[in-house]
Design a binder for this molecule. Structure first.
Ligand SMILES: NC(=O)c1ccc[n+]([C@@H]2O[C@H](COP(=O)([O-])OP(=O)(O)OC[C@H]3O[C@@H](n4cnc5c(N)ncnc54)[C@H](O)[C@@H]3O)[C@@H](O)[C@H]2O)c1
Length: 320
């Protein structure tokens, strides 16, 4: 089976490509090739099967035959402009996140065999006046352009699946931390940089108070859940192909104390707490507490503790 990863140069796309290469199979079928697509060229990847790497813009419908080859069996649609950028640049967000997603789904619909499609959504689809914890049946009421674009993507994944054009699955990802590399344009970027930089001897600023809470998961957990999403039988999803993934509810203060337990006082001393009212306001509106019963029933998993997230970062992204 050919597996396509759209957003294959991104943080999660790269880790997923490495995981699938190590597994060698998906949904009981041997992976015979991997097709990595991104607006920037994905890095080479050593694998026991052919890996193609393509740089193109998914917002352009003409690119779609190259983005999703005719023999694609599974398509991971992870490509997106992240939250901060989609809010600051409305047109860029609409092009990549809304029209890009529609182009992907239309191309999948045109294939002879309906492919399995896994779509990365976000807990940013929730918001407004809702009681916590958020349950599976709650109204999607995004309060950002990014969340709105993801919510529309979810509706389309459901409808294209209902029509039999694709076998779709949409996952509302928690904030994934600790993210390696450089800070990105996500409003949540600090939730990785306050661990990533201090663990590597650099200072970092935390713009929110220690009491602020987030719904989080590790890169390892999100990759395992992306693989699991493809493994579940179509019928088990019922009449909604999209769900919130399990995560951990943690305050920034608790997360920092977890880093102290794993790595000692020194990295913690490199964090400067400098509240930024703008970011504090954004974070206060994030849906942090969820009750993802359907996902748990279907076998999706959360991390055990944030200490694990710190250990995974040291093992997977530093020591390597
Ligand atoms: N990382 C998180 O905490 C998190 C949380 C919730 C949801 N998500 C979602 O998961 C997915 C992957 O996230 P990530 O953290 O790896 O982000 P990322 O920014 O590292 O990767 C996204 C990739 O999409 C590519 N892309 C953007 N616009 C494109 C276009 N028009 N055509 C082709 N490629 C384009 C980017 O170049 C980038 O490499 C995204 O859809 C994101 O919205 C991530």
């Amino acid at each position: 089976m050919k597996v396509v990863i759209l957003g294959g140069a991104g943080f999660i796309g790269r880790k997923l490509a490495e995981k699938l290469t190590a597994l060698g199979e998906l949904k009981g079928r041997e992976i015979t090739s991997l097709h990595l697509v991104d607006i920037v060229e994905p890095l080479p990847l050593e694998a026991p099967f052919p890996v193609t790497r393509v740089a193109l813009d998914l917002a352009k419908a003409d690119n779609m035959a190259q983005a999703v080859p005719a023999d694609s069996g599974a398509v991971y649609h992870l490509a997106a402009v992240v939250s901060g950028q989609a809010e600051a640049e409305f047109d860029t967000g609409m092009q990549a996140n809304l029209f890009g997603t529609l182009n992907v789904l239309e191309r999948c619909r045109a294939l002879a065999e309906p492919p399995l499609v896994v779509f990365a959504s976000s807990v940013a689809v929730y918001g407004g006046e809702i009681p916590l914890p958020i349950e599976d049946w709650y109204l999607l009421n995004p309060q950002t352009s990014y969340g709105t674009q993801k919510a529309i993507g979810e509706l389309l994944v459901n409808d294209y699946s209902r029509k039999g054009f694709i076998d779709g699955r949409g996952l509302r990802l928690p904030t994934v931390t600790v993210r390696p590399g450089k800070p990105n344009a996500a409003a949540s970027s600090f939730a990785s940089s306050i661990f990533r930089e201090p663990l590597q001897g650099e200072e970092a600023v935390c713009p929110v108070a220690p009491e602020a809470t987030m719904w989080i998961c590790s890169p390892r957990a999100v990759i395992a859940n992306l693989v699991h999403a493809a493994e579940i039988e179509a019928e088990a999803w019922g009449k909604n192909r999209c769900l919130a993934l399990p995560g951990l509810l943690a305050s920034l203060g608790e997360m920092v104390e977890a880093m102290r337990k794993v790595a000692g006082d020194e990295p913690v001393s490199r964090i400067r707490w400098e509240p930024d009212p703008t970011i504090q306001k954004i974070v206060a509106n994030w849906p942090a507490d969820l009750k993802p019963e359907k996902a748990l029933r279907l076998g999706f998993k959360a991390d055990q503790s944030f200490e694990d997230n710190i250990r995974y970062f040291l093992e997977d992204d530093i020591r390597r």
